[in-house]
Design a protein around this ligand. Sequence first.
Ligand code: SF4
Length: 253
Amino acid sequence: TQTGAGTAREREAPARAADRDPGGRTDEELKALAEQAGRDLEEASPLEILRWAADTFGNRFCVTSSMEDAVVAHLASRAMPGVDVVFLDTGYHFPETIGTRDAVAEVMDVNVITLTPRQSVAEQDAEYGPKLHDRDPDLCCALRKVKPLEQGLSSYAAWATGLRRDESPTRANTPVVGWDEKRRKVKVSPIARWTQDDVDAYVAEHGVITNLLLMDGYPSIGCAPCTRRVAEGEDARAGRWAGRNKTECGLHG
Ligand code: SF4
């Protein structure tokens, strides 16, 4: 995994691995810890959940953000100022998404880390042919999202996401803290119990940075070739991979 050009505040993830406390816990201990915390913190507020994660994992904890909004990054920066916020730059993002990333790096007390896939879009096109996203979106997501994230998370014991139970049936059982068996990491979803109204209220109360596309008919934002506007009354995620028999990128499966 390489880092993108990005802002001066970005740092290369692997360079920080050496100064992290390895914690000394085995995977089995981490798994038990996560499952217990999931039960104990089910009724806790997002901030309490993130404070637990910060206290438990310190520098081995990060937030991942798609830069749809900076709600979880904002919450995490209150729990742990300077927290690592990991962003995957697939090479296919809308300019507004990159702008959101840059604004977050500029104004928030977080350390934005940009991960990029092994191949540029041009290199991928040369090897697999153009528009792989139209022909085999699962492979495209595997190459441009799943693999780089796996590598980028390797030095962390726990990561936080913005998953919410009300987003889709596949996310209805998301624990606030759980065990990500695929990556063997603790996965923290502090706003799992929030609704869109809760998110909107937090954004309004704290003036949180949001992606401009949210105000332009895109309630869920992914890569440009795989995201379209949704019509009034349509499901928020209906604009993701529309017509391609795909609803998730594989990061959360
Ligand atoms: Fe490729 Fe689309 Fe997946 Fe982005 S969302 S990685 S463009 S298939």
